[in-house]
Design a protein around this ligand. Structure first.
Ligand code: LIP
Length: 266
């Protein structure tokens, strides 16, 4: 299936799912369970939205695999896998902060960020009405506007985004990294939604973004958007971006940021 048709399916599914999640938000959010820690919640809407996405994609492409944050992995026979975060930024969603997203990507190969090839991706912020899309070698767009990152003047002039784990000990280490980095940059932003943070690098709302401990569904689509907008998206020490570490920025800034972060990130 041509990449733009895969993208159209991702986009239509994300918009439909976003409308459901937005409706549930206005009706009131119910916590269904806790996951990795007492502050890592899953809401009924997370599950309902993922089930809707799973069924829409299975109807359209029954032979594809699926990897979702809430329901886990289901292998396919087509060689393609949909990697889905039904509500990225669940804590923002829970608190009514209008900064959460539906993220849908389709990848070729094993659903592993270290080896997969992302073919198409869509990230929607339903409350803000923002839609970010990209296809492999096909460019990145916000709505119909093509995205191109711009090199900031320097690290000291750079606005950097990051995020923190649901595990308190990991957060302590991440906080120590931010404390060291803060005097070196313009300022730090913690928006709470990794997929929108990566799209913010693509639009220039952030000059750079880094985080440790993300899951594949948090960055599968948005890393493609950032990359197709001209950002470099990497892991530490030349490794591909993965759960261990992800850093995104325009190439020149990236090399300076990577040098600083590789001294700080354990
Ligand atoms: C969240 C990410 C965020 C990160 C959180 C969590 P979730 O994803 O978007 O950047 O800091 O720890 O991983 O749990 O809302 O899908």
């Amino acid at each position: 299936m041509p990449h733009d048709e895969l993208l159209r399916l991702a986009l239509n599914t994300a918009v439909t799912a976003g409308a459901l999640a937005h409706r549930r938000r206005t009706e009131g959010v119910e916590v269904a369970d806790h996951k990795s820690s007492p502050v890592d919640v899953v809401t009924l809407a997370d599950r309902e939205t993922e089930n809707l996405i799973r069924s829409l994609l299975a109807d359209a492409r029954p032979d594809d695999g699926f990897l979702g944050e809430e329901g886990g992995a289901e292998a396919g026979s087509s060689g393609l896998t949909w990697v889905v975060d039904p509500i990225d930024g669940t804590v923002n969603y829970l608190y009514g902060i209008p900064h959460w997203a539906v993220s849908i990507a389709v990848v070729e190969g094993d659903p592993d960020p270290l080896t997969w090839r992302a073919l198409a991706g869509c990230v929607t912020n339903p409350v803000a009405g923002e839609i970010y899309t990209a296809t492999d070698a096909g460019g990145a767009f916000s709505g119909n506007q093509q995205l191109r990152v711009a090199e900031p003047a320097s690290l000291a002039q750079s606005l950097i985004g990051t995020g923190f784990s649901y595990d308190s000990q990991t957060r302590a280490k991440q906080g120590a990294v931010v404390a060291e980095l803060l005097p070196l940059v313009r300022d730090i932003r913690r928006f709470g939604t990794a997929s929108l943070d990566l799209c913010a690098v693509a639009t220039g709302r952030l000059n750079g973004y880094f985080e440790t401990g993300l899951k594949p569904w948090d960055h599968a689509a948005a890393a493609l958007v950032a990359r197709e907008a001209g950002a470099a998206v990497v892991g530490l020490g030349g490794a591909p971006a993965s759960d261990a570490f992800i850093l995104a920025a325009p190439p020149e800034l990236l090399s300076v940021l990577e040098r600083e972060l590789s001294k700080l990130v354990m």
